[in-house]
Design a protein around this ligand. Structure first.
Ligand code: ATP
Length: 370
């Protein structure tokens, strides 16, 4: 069940026309966004796009210059960080180096004046949750990076917040550990039934973990979608470019009628596709196609003259699970095509400088309006 697809379902967190200025600089620009209960939500964007500022306003460390943030039906205006049902886990885990793992996890609970026996019970529970029971008596410097990350997670979950905010939570881990921990975080979020809001600049991380992603640029949300939607149906050139690899064939619209668009590309071939939106004839437009949707063949594709071009194999990159081809078209444009090696193995291998055809199906990509 996906609450954001149900019109009757109410958002748990709402940013309403939130702007944050630092002096004259607009870090968050009139931004509105809804996040639902139990969502694993990712704020994704390049450095400086305002994603951390958004998270910090939700936590209460920064105040919006204008606009409002609603949590569970209540405005957060004037509510200090410690009275919000949210907790933040920082990029630099900020563990107390002189304290044992259990004392690090207990710290916030002690500050809240929770009775000792209850603290002990909660700490045990939290350490079990992150599979660190055996490390309770160690100090942070006696742990690996991944273990320290899990202590920080246990500590931020100990007070049982309704929302956990994670600012680049896996930034300090190496690739392999980061990938493992992504799945652990997903399991944990499911198990606890919490709402997670994670800030990341790593699109793979966002795609792997999140139920939905808000892609941000210059203080604005450009697209909010599930990972599949944002990949398959980017709403703009910016999104198509930011998420994954893409080929964009630019050109001018030569016809647009009855839900069909034809674009004469700068590379000298015609793109003919179905498109719900009509475009003005003569307007600039692009067609975005992911590398795995490009077919590479020795012979010209039989069906039609559109959606196909002749080229030459320029580079071949072997990645293990797939092979990436760079194919140069007559105008010099380099097209990326990728194919699973399982498929490649049964065909004749394609070699450097070989003449080939690239082609794609009508529904292989999306039209980008300029
Ligand atoms: P990063 O991934 O690098 O942390 P980000 O998308 O999280 O980037 P923010 O930290 O939200 O970006 O910052 C957004 C913009 O606001 C940046 O240009 C930053 O320099 C600016 N900014 C953030 N905090 C302050 C501050 N306290 N005073 C002035 N400018 C700030």
């Amino acid at each position: 069940f996906a609450p954001w697809t149900d019109p009757a379902s109410k958002p748990f967190i709402s940013f309403r026309n939130v702007t944050k200025k630092f002096g004259d600089f607009v870090a968050v620009d009139d931004l509105s966004l809804d996040i639902y209960t139990r969502e694993f939500f990712a704020l994704l964007g390049a450095s400086g796009c305002g994603k951390s500022t958004l998270l910090r306003m939700l936590a209460g460390f920064e105040q919006p210059t204008s606009g409002e943030i609603i949590l569970d039906g209540q405005s957060l205006k004037g509510i200090p960080p410690y009275r919000r049902p949210v907790n933040m886990m920082f990029q630099s885990y900020a563990l107390f180096p002189h304290m044992t793992v259990e004392n690090n996890v207990a710290f916030g609970l002690k500050q809240d004046g929770m009775p000792k026996t209850e603290i002990a019970e909660r700490v045990d529970q939290m350490l079990k949750l992150v599979k660190l029971e055996k490390f309770a008596k160690r100090k942070p410097h006696q742990l690996s990076g991944g273990q320290r990350q899990r202590v920080a997670l246990a500590r931020s979950l100990a007070k049982r917040p309704k929302v956990l905010l994670l600012d680049e939570p896996l930034g300090a881990l190496d690739k392999k550990l980061r990938e493992e921990t992504q799945f652990e975080l997903m399991d944990l979020q499911q198990e606890l039934g919490l709402t997670f809001v994670v800030v990341t600049h790593d699109q793979e991380e966002a795609m792997t973990m999140a139920d939905r992603i808000a892609l941000m640029a210059q203080g604005k949300v450009i697209q909010v979608s599930t990972p599949a939607e944002i990949y398959e149906a980017p709403n703009s050139r910016f999104v198509a470019d930011f998420i994954g690899d893409v080929n964009i064939f630019d050109g001018k619209v030569s016809s647009s009628a009855d839900g069909r668009i034809q674009i004469e590309t700068e590379s000298g071939f015609t793109v003919r596709v179905a498109s719900p939106d009509a475009l003005a004839v003569g307007a600039s437009a692009g067609f975005a196609v992911r590398p795995e949707k490009i077919r590479v063949s020795r012979e010209a594709p039989a069906q039609s003259a559109a959606n196909a071009a002749k080229g030459e194999i320029w580079d071949i990159g072997y990645l293990g699970d797939m092979t990436v081809f760079h194919i140069r078209l007559a105008d010099g444009k380099v097209v990326k095509a990728s194919s699973l090696n399982a498929v490649r193995a049964v065909e004749d291998p394609l070699g450097y400088e070989q003449d080939v055809w690239i082609s794609f199906a009508e529904d292989a990509g999306v039209v980008l309006k300029d």
